[in-house]
Design a protein around this ligand. Structure first.
Ligand code: SF4
Length: 618
């Protein structure tokens, strides 16, 4: 154990929830970190409670710790009280497992789950005493890498990372670690490491590319600075999910976390083609685990953890090709053992109601629907293939079976949206309440509707990536309108999201390398924990954007020419630009695109990998 431990012993009694920092949890791995083993730290840029709920960390921790070449430990962003104590006592950021300072690791890796976590990445590097900029780190500093969905636009973080892993992380992280171990044993340079890493599938080395701009300062392309770098980085992909290892024993937290349950990822990707949804585009094509594998993993995880809840993970659970048989197998195991089974993202057909009715019995929780838009026209624009008839048929059934709360999720600021679409949101809530009253003999009784409204954010690799976001004023006007209209809807509650956080998310989702300076300044101005509303420092962000000369309206509010060059266009997500442009044009005409399991729509991912419905391009 390092000397960090003795100083920690002094401060832990003084901080809230010390269990966040002590480690020693069941199934955490303590290993002798010999000279021939690469020491890697998986970093999550939020608190322990949030990071420990993230399944991707458990997957990668499990994979790396089952290799001979890597020892994987963990670090999370310490809470504010702990940061103050660490600064006072001179404790650098350390790994949970062995209390080793992060600066002594061979490699550290962050997962980029949401843009509002970026300032905490810089905070963690600073707390670790690791130079923020990759170019300022020497041969003996840890390599700093990142993956996760936001790595599909790595540019706002380009200065800080040695390498990004784009796409499925299981194989390329292990390959990067193995290469780093070889470097450790043979002593070759960081430059040689990066040149060899650039040849690994899905690996983007930002220092090997330089942005090129026109006379107006608009990005036009990237110039390669090193011949080892590919012209475009094709995202990493796992063809057979069923063969990929998945943890049977998750690290069991010693304190309450956000989601403390067993989880099995049943499927990756989605065929539905919602035009705002980044996950539905970048994880194409769909890959599944078999029902037998899912059942075995679920059973093992429950047995090893003693958890009383099992949840499956996917973008669209009912679309699993063995869904009914799988659900029956899991229910057959869970119900007699009084384990609650959570099957999110269900299409609400008769079978879904049968399952939910059996699982929830008389204590029915809220029924969740995500129509996303208030009118059929706008639902067609976004290709959310759900009709009014389907919504009301499902609700009719739900009310009959005894559900008395319906949660509805919407987005505002969507392309082509009018006030009529906004008014459609309370109108839909009212008609659902009317249906409940009608079915209950004229009285609504305890039946209620909760409406949550998020702000549209244009995301890379979606057909809406070129679309403008609403200004903060426009979002606020729409919120006011909704507040006014909801006053007349008795039995409905209405919540909406903050606007400046969404604006910032759009800037970092669509922005380029210039934003690195904004992030450095934001850290200096005290911005951190931006995903936490109560800590969000709007003034700090406004100042950082202004002082770094960023025209935030260009990044967030501009409608860009469809097909125009975007900061992430050195990444090949698999989907062609032509497909994204054609989907964008169809959206403007409210023309829908069918679910591609009923026939390939030609998105292009099958140019490189096999797609179950699209075959492989010859
Ligand atoms: S290749 Fe065709 S079937 Fe496969 S994901 Fe793309 S559109 Fe769907």
């Amino acid at each position: 154990m390092s000397s960090v431990q003795s100083r920690l012993d002094l401060v832990l009694p003084r901080v809230e929830k010390p269990a966040r920092y002590i480690g020693g949890e069941p199934y955490s791995v303590i290993r002798e970190p010999g000279d021939d083993i690469l020491r890697f730290c998986f970093c999550f840029s939020d608190t322990y409670e949030i990071g420990m709920s993230y399944m991707g960390m458990q997957i990668l921790y499990n994979i790396l710790n089952h290799t001979d070449h890597t020892y994987c430990e963990r670090a999370f962003t310490p809470a504010e009280d702990m940061i103050a104590e660490m600064e006072k006592e001179g404790i650098p950021l350390f790994t949970i497992e062995t209390k080793t300072p992060l600066s002594e690791m061979d490699m550290i890796g962050f997962t980029l789950q949401y843009e509002l976590g970026y300032s905490n990445i810089l905070l963690m590097l600073k707390l670790a005493g690791i130079p923020l900029n990759a170019k300022d780190r020497g041969e003996d500093d840890p390599l700093v890498v990142a993956g996760g969905p936001c790595a599909f636009n790595p540019e706002p973080l380009a200065d800080f990372f040695d390498a990004f892993m784009v796409g499925d992380g299981e194989n390329n992280l292990a390959a990067l670690c193995e290469l780093a171990r070889e470097r450790k044993l043979k002593g070759f340079s960081k430059r040689e490491y990066l040149e060899r890493a650039a040849k690994i599938e899905g690996v983007y080395i930002p220092s090997f590319y330089e942005p090129e701009k026109d006379a107006d300062g608009r990005l036009t392309g990237y110039r390669k600075l090193n011949e080892a770098a590919p012209d475009r980085v094709l995202r990493a992909f796992i063809q057979d999910l069923d063969k990929e290892p998945f943890p049977r024993e998750n690290i069991g937290p010693l304190t309450e976390i956000v989601h403390d349950r067993s989880v099995v990822e049943i499927m990756r990707g989605c065929t539905r083609g919602c035009r705002f949804c980044q996950a539905g585009m970048i994880y194409r094509p769909v890959r599944e685990r078999s029902k037998e594998t899912i059942f075995e993993i679920g059973k093992d995880q429950l047995a090893s953890s003693g958890n009383s809840e099992l949840s499956v993970l996917s973008l669209s659970t009912s679309d699993h090709s063995e869904f009914q048989a799988m659900a029956e197998m899991l229910m057959g195991y869970c119900i007699p053992r009084k384990i609650s089974l959570s099957l999110p993202s269900l299409r609400l057909d008769n079978f879904a109601f049968k399952i939910m009715d059996e699982m929830q019995g008389l204590r029915k929780s809220g029924l969740t629907f995500a129509p996303e838009a208030g009118t059929q026209r706008l639902r067609d624009v976004i290709n959310k293939n759900i009709s009014e008839e389907e919504i009301f048929t499902a609700l009719d059934k739900a009310i009959e079976l005894g559900w008395n709360n319906v949660k509805l999720y919407f987005m505002i600021g969507l392309p082509t949206e009018t006030d009529e679409d906004i008014a459609g949101i309370p109108d839909l809530a009212q008609r659902i309440l009317d249906l409940a009253a009608y079915k209950n003999g004229g009285r609504r009784g305890r039946f209620s509707v909760s409406v949550s409204v998020a702000n549209f954010i244009p995301k890379p690799f979606t057909p809406f990536q070129w679309c403008a976001q609403n200004s903060a004023e426009e979002f606020e006007r729409k919120h006011q309108l909704l507040r006014k209209l909801f006053k007349n809807v008795k039995g409905a509650t209405f919540h909406y999201h903050e606007t400046y956080g969404s604006h910032l998310e759009a800037i970092f989702a669509r922005g380029g390398r210039e934003l690195c300076e904004t992030l450095r300044l934001a850290l200096d101005y005290g911005c951190r924990f931006d995903a936490w509303t109560e800590q969000f420092n709007e003034a700090g962000w406004r100042r950082a954007l202004a002082d770094s000369g960023i025209d935030d309206s260009y990044y967030a509010l501009n409608e860009l020419e469809p097909g125009s060059f975007m900061p992430w266009d050195m990444i090949d997500s698999g989907i062609t630009n032509e497909y994204l442009v054609s989907e964008y044009r169809k959206a403007l005409n409210a023309a829908t695109t069918k679910d591609c399991r009923y026939g390939c729509n030609g998105c292009g991912v099958n140019r490189h990998v096999e797609c179950r419905w699209g075959g492989i391009y010859e």
